[in-house]
Structures are given as C-alpha cells and as structure tokens.
Design a protein around this ligand. Structure first.
Ligand SMILES: Nc1nc2c(ncn2[C@@H]2O[C@H](COP(=O)(O)OP(=O)(O)OP(=O)(O)O)[C@@H](O)[C@H]2O)c(=O)[nH]1
Ligand SMILES: [Mg+2]
Length: 233
C-alpha cells in the first residue's frame, strides 16, 4: 500500500532513558504501563536490568512551516534493578543516557531520600545534558502517603530537575504515566539532544554495552522476565 508523502519522511530519534530508584518503588511497573499498558500486582523484582522500548509519534515542530515533517522518538528504556546488590551496575545503564526517571514511592520517605541520592550521583557522573525527571509513584495509595506532593516537588526544584510528576502505574486512566514519557520525549526533541543520526548511533553503542553486561550478572541470574520483550512502535 502506498504511504502518503507526508508520512513517508518521518524522522525517528532514538534516545536511551534510564529508570533508577529503590527496589519496590515501581520502576518496572511504570515502564510496563507505558510500553504495554498493563499492570501486574505481583510484578517481579528486576534482576540486573530490563530493556523495553516504545516509539512515540510527536507533533511537528512547526506544522505550518518548513519543519512540518512528522517526527517520532523511540524511547529505549533501561529499567534498572533497585536492589542494593545491583547498585554497582547502574553506571552501565545511565552512561550514554539522554533521559532519566528517578522514581520514589509516595508511601516511603526513605525512597525519596534515596531518589535524591540517585540524582546527586547522576549529576556527578552522568552526561551533563541528561534530562532528569523525579517521579513519585503509587499516587493511588493516598491513605498510606508519607511524602506530601510539595516535598517531592521541592526536591525536584532544589536539584534543578527538568520535570516532577506524581503518578500511578496501577491506575490506567488517571495514573498519568504516558504524560510523563511524552513530556520527556518532547524535552529531548526541544533540547535538540542531537541530530537524529548521532542520537541513533549513540543509543546503539550504549545499548550494545548495556546488553553485553546483562550476560555478566552473578551466576544463575539473567535478565528479568521482561528483559527480552516488550517493544512497541
Ligand atoms: N498500588 C500500587 N502498587 C504499585 C504501583 N506501582 C508498582 N506497584 C507494586 O509495587 C511492587 C513493586 O513494583 P516494581 O515495579 O516491581 O518495583 P521496582 O521499582 O521495579 O522494583 P525492583 O525491580 O526491585 O527495583 C509490585 O508489587 C507492584 O505491583 C502503583 O502505582 N500503585
Ligand atoms: Mg523492577
């Protein structure tokens, strides 16, 4: 079937995005909600890291002008394991990343402190242009809330982050997960992270390194169940 000319020239930018945060805060659940629109009440803890991707169609920068070509951003998510024993693997996943979601659980004050420590580690070691969002997950558990929204927002402002959201991976309609990733994709485009070609090449290199390290996990442990699946485009 012929493709209409306006759709034929879509340029796709690939961007590596890392999810960091304490074990159990819901990193995998957010990634799975975004990529598969599913939620598992018994989501298994991640071993090493998992890779998922989804391509978002983005509105043209200037629909009326010369830059009216359709654009797309392929978000390549590296969902890291929050358990302490995998901490030393984290740099493999945040190096070469263009975006980072640092996640905490609104029912755990400690998880916000850990999230702040992750932000500081990223500031010290990751690419200075990395776009970092802070995300307070499990907003549906209002009765168990320990972290007021204002406290999360204050940390994001103090650290000069590019975005702050509360979300629920559990609530399909109101969880707000898509909006987070769409904002991240828009900021990646806006900041002109890089030209499409350079971004693609960098993402390929970074992913190859990260993927090769999945094979170097402690004996008997491979990538988690979602590690080898879950792409949509
Ligand atoms: N009520 C509620 N539960 C959630 C939400 N997100 C995740 N969970 C649950 O919290 C638990 C941990 O979620 P995961 O997504 O595995 O957390 P994680 O951050 O990936 O944890 P690690 O892989 O160990 O680092 C699971 O039982 C999820 O079902 C949410 O938004 N609301
Ligand atoms: Mg996980």
């Amino acid at each position: 079937m012929a493709v209409p000319p306006s759709k034929a020239s879509t340029s796709t930018i690939s961007a590596k995005v890392v999810l960091l945060g304490d074990s159990g805060v819901g990193k995998s659940s957010l990634a799975v909600r975004f990529v598969k629109n599913k939620f598992y009440g018994q989501q298994e803890t991640t071993i090493g890291a998992a890779y998922l991707f989804r391509t978002l169609a983005m509105p043209p920068a200037d629909p009326a002008g010369a830059d009216a070509a359709p654009r797309a951003v392929k978000l390549e998510l590296w969902d890291t394991a929050g358990q302490e024993r995998y901490r030393s693997l984290a740099p493999i996943y945040y190096r070469g990343a263009y975006g980072a979601l640092v996640v905490y659980d609104i029912t755990s004050k400690e998880s916000l402190q850990r999230a702040q420590a992750w932000v500081e580690e990223l500031r010290a070691n990751a690419d200075p242009h990395l776009i970092i969002f802070l995300v307070g997950n499990k907003r549906d558990l209002a009765a168990l809330r320990q972290v007021p929204e204002a406290d999360g927002r204050a940390v994001a402002e103090e650290e000069g982050l590019a975005g702050f959201y509360e979300a629920s991976a559990k609530e399909e309609a109101t969880g707000g997960v898509d909006a987070i990733f769409k904002d991240l994709a828009a900021q990646l485009l806006e900041n002109g992270v890089v030209s499409a070609k350079a971004a693609e090449a960098a993402a390929r290199r970074a992913n190859a390194v990260a993927a090769s390290r999945l094979g170097e996990l402690p004996t008997g442990q491979g990538p988690s169940r979602i590690g080898s699946c879950c792409g949509t485009s």
